[in-house]
Ligand binder design. Sequence first.
Ligand SMILES: [Fe+2]
Ligand SMILES: [Fe+2]
Length: 258
Amino acid sequence: MNTDHPSEQINNLLVPIRNFLHVATPQAWLNLAATPEALNILLIDHLHCELKAAQSAALLLRRYILDEQGAAEVLNWLLPYEDAIYRKQAVNLRQLGNHIPRLKITTEHEWQARMVDRMVLLMKEELHHFSQVFDIMTARGIDIQAVSASRYAAGLLRHARKHEPAMLVDKLIIGALIEARSCERFAALAPYLDSELARFYISLLRSEARHFEDYLALAEEVNGGPITEHIERLAKVEAELILSPDTELRFHSGVPTS
Ligand SMILES: [Fe+2]
Ligand SMILES: [Fe+2]
């Protein structure tokens, strides 16, 4: 066990995250996650989660803002990363660098321009995290196997309201919950990891905390007013997913049944 204590700076970063989430990661999840066999699965799942985070942001842009050309640009941006994980093509992710597509948009609502800015930056950071996890896995000889998705994101999205703009508001709150939980879990797991992984997970906290804030700010802006009751409703669902028994161990899974 790594005994480094999180600095005060990190604790300050985590305060709003812990206030937002209704429950902390259960000890039973941490105990299982810290075992060497579980850690490999978690890294593979983590790699998938980083890509899914970028894909979800891309989906929001395509669904709510971009025209056909913009949508194609965003999909092309993701393609090499999808090749690396789904088609196991040898891709030099470093060579992709920080290429960001230039998206021309004509906006109907003010929040759309802000959403493009925030989501493009978020995608860039998630794809960078993807490359970092990919490098760690390669160095450790961990094969990218297919893993089933956890019930978590689908379990949350099931509770999004079905009419617009409420559905978008809820999807953005769900985005905030997923980012907040990732952040809370990276911090909770770090003391159980070897120093390389612990340092890496702590290094992710800052951007994930910012993603959480960006999603919340966008949700409030789209809603045109406070979203407290919707946050409460969805945070309750999130807490149930985290505290209820779960047969599969994944980065966002519930309490392990074995
Ligand atoms: Fe990330
Ligand atoms: Fe993130």
